[in-house]
Design a protein around this ligand. Structure first.
Ligand SMILES: Cc1ncc(C[n+]2csc(CCOP(=O)(O)OP(=O)(O)O)c2C)c(N)n1
Ligand SMILES: [Mg+2]
Length: 374
């Protein structure tokens, strides 16, 4: 092949150059290719998606509050990303296997994580909370992009088992620059692994804007690996559901991996340890506030006469109950002994860990008697 391939445009920052079914104002727009994937979504199903998003936002708000009150060590807010998480996660089958990052609280909720499971790792009380095999969802990954390799490995296992399950990996715009993610795509493509890559482009990797590392839409990279991709409005829950069903269908039929770039925005800080006012413009945040994924579906439901005060009240009550359950789980969690942090890390003895354990025990021993002398 001697053709010169050049990017035809530079729309990496054009947030409207996306597949979409519902506008920011809550009006439906026609896209026959996308629509056919959600032809079954009636008013009741749309209301259920809205409810999911309200619940996720409530848990997220509770997580931030619990951290501010000193009950959690850290929280990674997902405010603004509810449509990306709920829409995509609702497309999976229960027996598909999902590999999330630390920010996918909405995915964990949809997959069936219990209220305590959504928060206790952030309290340092356990290395992981849910049993991955109970909800076919791996524990949240902190090592940026590593879960894409795990997902591809899992997908290759599915392929050898001869089932029609699919593995999925969630990762961020920042992660898309990691070697792991690119290696995962090469392997997935080469071996036609049944895996779906979901890149949440929330415009920021801590303080680095996506424009620094993506001069062309991130979705545009996948075809270079031989992987079909779609760039979707990540604040349109219906479009996210449709896009993920499209991607899953490719993988489930044995046609190899598919890739989704969900264009959304991280409304909050990177984590509760971060202060985004130091590096980003309030005007940008305000622009995205007007594209709120919850308001969008509420407007659509109202326009279609499927939203009333009673429904809003029921959803708000359900959300408050879930928020209260998360809070109760955190406040009621037993404290494990400080040295337990070294348990269950490796299956077999590990010299590095043994050294750390000893150092930490010596450090803790330095406080002996302090309690009594107070
Ligand atoms: C391998 C690795 N390198 C660096 C970090 C530190 N780190 C934590 S979050 C983050 C940014 C990730 O950005 P993105 O992939 O866009 O995900 P987002 O936080 O926006 O959800 C970095 C660099 C890490 N956890 N792992
Ligand atoms: Mg990001």
């Amino acid at each position: 092949m001697t053709h010169t391939l050049t990017p035809t445009a530079e729309p990496a920052t054009d947030i409207d150059d996306v597949a979409r079914l519902v506008t920011a104002e809550g009006r439906r727009i026609a896209d026959p290719d996308l629509e056919r994937w959600v032809a079954d979504v009636d008013a009741a199903a749309l209301r259920a998606l809205y409810r999911d998003m309200v619940l996720v936002r409530r848990v997220d708000t509770e997580g931030v509050a619990l951290q501010r009150q000193g009950q959690l060590g850290l929280w990674a807010p997902c405010r603004g990303q509810e449509a990306t998480q709920v829409g995509s996660a609702r497309a999976f089958r229960a027996d598909d296997f999902v590999f999330p990052s630390y920010r996918e609280v909405g995915v964990a909720h949809v997959r069936g994580a219990a209220p305590a499971d959504l928060a206790l790792t952030w309290r340092g009380e356990s290395h992981s909370t849910w049993n991955p095999y109970d909800i076919n969802t791996a524990t949240p990954q902190i090592i940026i992009g590593a879960q894409t390799l795990h997902a591809v490995g899992y997908a290759l296992g599915i392929q050898r088992d001869g089932t029609d399950q699919v593995a999925a990996a969630y990762f961020g715009d920042g992660a898309s620059s990691q070697g792991d993610v690119n290696e995962a795509m090469v392997f997935a493509s080469s071996f036609r692994a049944p895996v779906v890559f979901i890149c949440t482009n929330n415009h920021w990797a801590i303080s680095e804007p996506v424009s620094v590392q993506a001069k062309f839409p991130i979705a545009g990279r996948a075809p270079g690996f031989g992987i079909p991709s779609m760039r979707v409005d990540g604040n349109d829950v219906l479009a996210c559901l449709a896009a993920t069903r499209w991607a899953l269908d490719i993988a489930r039929r044995g046609n190899g991996p598919a890739f989704i770039e969900a264009v959304t925005y991280r409304m909050g800080p990177h984590t509760t340890s971060d202060d985004p006012t130091r590096y980003r413009d309030e005007a940008e945040v305000e622009r995205w506030r007007r594209r709120d994924p919850l308001t969008r579906i509420e407007s659509l439901l109202r326009a279609e006469d499927a939203f009333d005060d009673e429904f809003a009240q029921t959803v708000a009550q359900d959300a408050d109950r879930l928020g209260a359950d998360v809070r109760a789980a955190v406040l009621g969690a037993p404290s494990r002994p400080a040295m337990a942090v070294f348990d269950d890390v490796y299956a077999e003895p590990h010299t590095g860990l043994a050294e750390q354990r000893e150092r930490h025990a010596t450090y803790l021993a330095g406080f002996a008697g302090e309690e009594a002398s107070r």
